[in-house]
Design a protein around this ligand. Structure first.
Ligand SMILES: Nc1ncnc2c1ncn2[C@@H]1O[C@H](COP(=O)(O)OP(=O)(O)OP(=O)(O)O)[C@@H](O)[C@H]1O
Length: 577
């Protein structure tokens, strides 16, 4: 990606917004570094002026000036740190929410793509940490070099050569640690994913006696990451220690050179010490950068990933706001391939699925396990995009809708329902900050869960969405149904909504579907159990991703009955017909 392209992304814009703070921090760095000359100059004055003249008032006067200058340096250091940490905060503000959204979207698409939030955290830490201060001080190295050159050119050349050695050490350090650090980051991401998934399945892990095995697996993943990080760290430590010792040695070399020049009457005694201190100051930022190399490397890798991730985000299309849909659904040749591999090698999850639904239609989708029912549900609600073909709602393809607006017109109950951390009311209202209580109650009543919720200790304020929440699988599914029908969406897709329901729950679900149909919503129900098909007006039989049959319920069931016994039909079909 070119830098021009990057500046067009939100990430690029956030980086650009940092410019002002960086310029100011640069100016303060200039002042700080100029003020760092205070120490060596004071030293020169003490040796060459105070000691030579023996004047106590001069000493006190100089001392007062030094105190004031150091006070300013302290203030400027404080302001610079403040500027950088505020910049880090603003950067997070500008990119955090987008990174979170990106993470959600990426997770829907392929479950991969790194953790943009973690990368942002790394960059934020870098912006407000010590490494960046070293980088800001580095451009001012020439000030100290020039000062040493002014004292004596030979001492200047010595310092320059020393700086060359330290910079060479830094570059070799970067080259030697780069791969290990990148691998460490990757392994760290994998370990985090493993921990997250293990925690989600903590009950299963305990019940199946997998604790030791899973802990061992974690330990192996953790150790692999730690080993890579250690490898990078060990190498970095060698260079860091080497650079620090070399810097000390260089000061002694300069003292020796200075003493030689002083013996030769070319410089004064004060200049020997002054040159040594100045050379030390010149090399300090380099030393700091090498010491912080690990965090600089991590920040750089995180920056590269973020730039890629943000560049891959689809540019938001200019969209006109479409009128509220009526619920007419049209699928034409919808095809989804298994992810990965070359297109022609991949098998089909859905193969040219076409059908139409009118507002108020209730479609039952039946088919064996892995027939593609859940995949079709994901297509209908726009979570998955077809590899070929189109899904249209009221004539508009789903991507013509602004995603959140589309979401308001859609109800979706996935096969594996979970609540998000929050209250039951918040979950039903989809965390809408402007939710009206009557809409929440209406959704709960229509889903037949109002009394169930009132029976819970904190009613609608009951906290859910965490391990050990006070809800059964069936209750979660029924509250998920209330969430799906909140504010009466025009298209409601229910993926095996009765999987965890008892007879009463089943009846209540049937009533909810009837209620939706009567209200004019289009409903699509993926079903294994036949009871839910009672209210359907159309039926679609999926077989290995293809439409085996589609039509009015009575027709499909009649055809199914006619084909008995020569061709066995799915049990569900016969039962309902
Ligand atoms: N995220 C995914 N990545 C790759 N393949 C997938 C993914 N989700 C589903 N599939 C594949 O798509 C096919 C259809 O799966 P799907 O979950 O849609 O079936 P289903 O009819 O809902 O099955 P069930 O009744 O068992 O839930 C399966 O072969 C499955 O392996």
């Amino acid at each position: 990606m070119t830098s021009d392209e990057m500046t067009q992304t939100p990430y690029g814009r956030a980086l650009r917004a940092l410019r002002g703070s960086f310029v100011q921090a640069g100016l303060f760095s200039a002042a700080i570094n100029l003020l760092m000359l205070t120490g060596p100059i004071y030293m020169l004055q003490i040796y060459d002026r105070v000691l030579a003249s023996g004047s106590v008032p001069t000493l006190l006067g100089l001392f007062l000036i030094v105190v004031v200058l150091y006070a300013f340096m302290g203030i400027y250091e404080f302001i610079r740190s403040r500027l950088l940490s505020r910049a880090a905060y603003r950067f997070d503000e500008m990119t955090g929410e987008l990174a979170f959204r990106q993470l959600l979207e990426n997770n829907n698409k392929n479950g991969k793509g790194g953790n943009a939030l973690r990368d942002l955290e790394i960059i934020r830490g870098f912006l407000s940490g010590p490494a960046i201060r070293g980088l800001f001080d580095a451009p001012w190295i020439p000030i100290f070099l020039v000062a040493v050159f002014i004292i004596h050119p030979w001492l200047g050349y010595l310092t320059l050569a020393g700086a060359g050695v330290v910079v060479a050490l830094a570059l070799i350090n970067q080259w030697a640690t780069r791969d290990a650090l990148a691998r460490a980051m990757q392994l760290d991401g994998m370990e985090r994913a493993f921990v997250g998934q293990s925690l989600r399945n903590a009950e299963t892990v305990q019940a199946l006696g997998m604790r030791e095995a899973v802990s061992k697996r974690w330990r192996a993943a953790h150790q692999a990451g730690l080993a890579e990080s250690q490898k990078g760290g060990d190498r970095s430590d060698i260079f860091s220690a080497g650079s620090r010792v070399f810097r000390l040695l260089l000061q002694s070399i300069l003292l020796t050179g200075g003493a030689y020049l002083a013996l030769d009457q070319q410089i004064s005694a004060g200049m020997i010490v002054g040159a040594s201190i100045l050379a030390g100051r010149a090399l300090a930022p380099v030393d700091q950068v090498i010491g912080q190399w690990r965090s600089i490397g991590r920040a750089f890798e995180a920056h590269k990933r973020l730039a890629e991730v943000f560049a891959a985000m689809p540019a938001s299309k200019p969209r006109v706001s479409l009128p509220e849909p009526t619920g007419a659904v049209q699928l034409t040749g919808v095809t989804k391939l298994m992810p990965g591999g070359m297109r022609r090698d991949r098998s089909y999850i859905l193969d040219k699925v076409s059908f139409e639904l009118e507002p108020g239609d209730v479609l039952g989708v039946i088919g064996n396990s892995a027939a593609g029912k859940s995949s079709l549900a994901r297509m209908l609600v726009g979570v998955w995009q077809p590899d070929a073909g189109e899904v249209r709602l009221d004539g508009a393809t789903l991507d013509q809708w602004e995603p959140d607006t589309l979401g308001r017109h859609i109800g979706y109950l996935p096969q594996h329902v979970e609540m998000l951390p929050g209250t039951i009311a918040e979950n039903i209202s989809r965390f809408d900050p402007n939710a009206k209580e009557e809409d929440i109650f209406k959704a709960a009543r229509s889903a037949g869960v109002h009394d169930l919720i009132l029976g819970l200790p904190d009613g609608y304020a009951t906290k859910v969405g965490y391990a050990g929440q006070p809800l059964s699988g069936g209750q979660i599914q029924r509250i998920g149904l209330a969430r799906a029908i909140y504010r009466m969406p025009k298209l409601v897709v229910l993926d095996e909504p009765n999987a965890h329901l008892d007879t009463q729950g089943d009846q209540s679900l049937t009533e909810t579907i009837r209620f939706l149909r009567e209200a004019g919503s289009t409903v699509v129900v993926m079903a294994h159990r036949p009871s839910v098909l009672v209210e359907t007006s159309k039926v679609l039989i999926l077989h290995q991703g293809k439409v085996a049959k589609f039509g009015r319920r009575e027709e499909i069931f009649r055809m199914a009955m006619q084909s008995v016994p020569s061709q066995p039909t799915p049990v569900e079909t016969r039962k309902v017909g």
